[in-house]
Design a protein around this ligand. Structure first.
Ligand code: NAD
Ligand code: ZN
Ligand code: ZN
Length: 355
């Protein structure tokens, strides 16, 4: 099969032949139809984080495809089912976190496209207990971004504990952020979108943001406070950029919750007096549980949330990474495996946003 492989951190991916894996006991083999490209894949390929994947590996954790083979003992999915192979590839099922529906922080969790080979390949193995069940009526290309960008922001918004009628500030209006805006609106929140790119902010407006702020040319906390009489009840930081984190805390209302989704390498200074004296909570949030997955997919199946996708062939992966790094991807690129040869020319998406 064709696969895009990380052979060295920070180097272009190699497009190469790779053996089609065999489903062992308890595993399934999925024929990839589509796989979204998340900024996390870029962090993985650069070796940005303390826990690094073992080289060589195949990234990709927004893979959607059809089950084509079942390993011994698999009964909960059948051949032909459409599933998603997400970041939370598997967990132990027995630890205190798994037992309390916090499987995302299980110490034995495996991660798709990171500790296990992922969806930048024509076939991918999966654990049937942890795949996303794609609702009928939701196509594979539209579903792909939901199984990481969608679930992560849907869960992140819930973790802000902002209530209908209250304000949420979403910092970063790209792959994660453009879905976050839609989930937040569907959940009855007022939305302020923050980015450093005017094109992303125009798009945020089209998606329903009530207020947008360019953090490059203005102080977002000041503008937000003047506009709504205080900070936002909830803040969700999806930007892969450290300055956005300090700004996010500054944008949080007294007794509000600032949720961190973005994962740039490094640390940011926490203004202690502000956080303590204003009773602000700063909370990390990592993808979501299987229950969150089912819920976030239902929003899309109902037509309340729709990923904006630009389709590309697998062969364009290095160019996609370069654009992602420069902030030039409008919303989400999805690798299309259904268009024949992976060397085919770029196919513009039906619902692609203007570059
Ligand atoms: P993306 O590149 O598609 O979008 C990032 C957006 O942030 C872009 O629109 C960019 O213009 C904007 N941005 C950059 N600097 C900014 C700043 N200073 N202020 C405001 N906006 C700024 O990336 P993505 O796929 O949405 O991923 C974003 C981050 O989220 C990455 O670090 C990724 O690893 C992380 N992530 C975390 C989880 C999780 O479970 N916590 C899941 C998925 C992705
Ligand atoms: Zn992701
Ligand atoms: Zn566990």
């Amino acid at each position: 099969m064709q696969a895009a492989v990380v052979t060295a951190f920070g180097k272009p991916l190699a497009l190469q032949e790779w053996d089609i894996p065999t489903a062992g006991p308890g595993q399934i083999l999925v024929k990839t139809e589509a796989c979204g490209v998340c900024h996390t894949d870029l962090h993985a390929a650069k070796g940005d984080w303390p826990l690094k994947p073992t080289l060589p590996f195949i990234p990709g954790h927004e893979a959607i495809g059809l089950v084509v083979a079942l390993g011994a003992g698999v009964t909960i999915v059948k051949e032909g089912d459409r599933v998603g192979v997400p970041w939370l590839y598997s967990a132990c099922g027995h630890c205190e976190y798994c037992l309390s529906a916090w499987e995302t922080v299980c110490g034995k969790a495996e991660f798709g496209g990171y500790t296990r080979n992922g969806g930048f390949a024509e076939y991918v193995l999966a654990d049937p207990n942890y795949v996303a069940r794609i609702p009928t009526g939701l196509g594979p290309k539209e579903a792909a971004p939901l199984i990481c960008a969608g679930i992560t922001t849907y869960k992140g918004i819930k973790e802000t504990e902002a209530k209908p009628g209250e304000w949420i500030a979403i910092s970063g209006c790209g792959g994660l952020g453009h879905l976050a805006i839609q989930y937040a609106k569907a959940m009855g929140l007022h939305v302020c979108g923050i980015d450093i790119d005017d094109g992303k902010l125009d798009h945020a407006r089209r998606l329903g943001a009530d207020l947008v702020i360019n953090a490059k040319t203005a102080n977002p906390a000041e503008i937000l406070k003047n506009a709504i009489g205080g900070g936002a009840h909830g803040v969700l930081i999806t930007a892969p950029s450290l300055p956005a984190f300090k700004q996010g805390v500054e944008m949080t209302r007294k007794h509000g919750i600032c949720v961190l989704n973005g994962l740039p390498p490094g640390e940011f200074p926490l203004p202690l007096f502000n956080v303590v004296a204003n009773c602000i909570t700063v909370r990390g949030s990592f993808v979501g549980t299987r229950k969150d997955m089912a819920e976030c997919l239902e929003f899309a199946a109902d037509g309340r949330v729709k990923a904006d996708i630009e389709l590309q062939p697998l062969s364009a992966i290095n160019d996609i990474f370069e654009r992602l790094e420069k902030g030039e991807v409008p919303s989400r690129v999805v690798i299309d495996f259904t268009g024949g040869s992976q060397a085919m020319a770029a196919v513009p998406a039906r619902n692609a946003v203007a570059a």
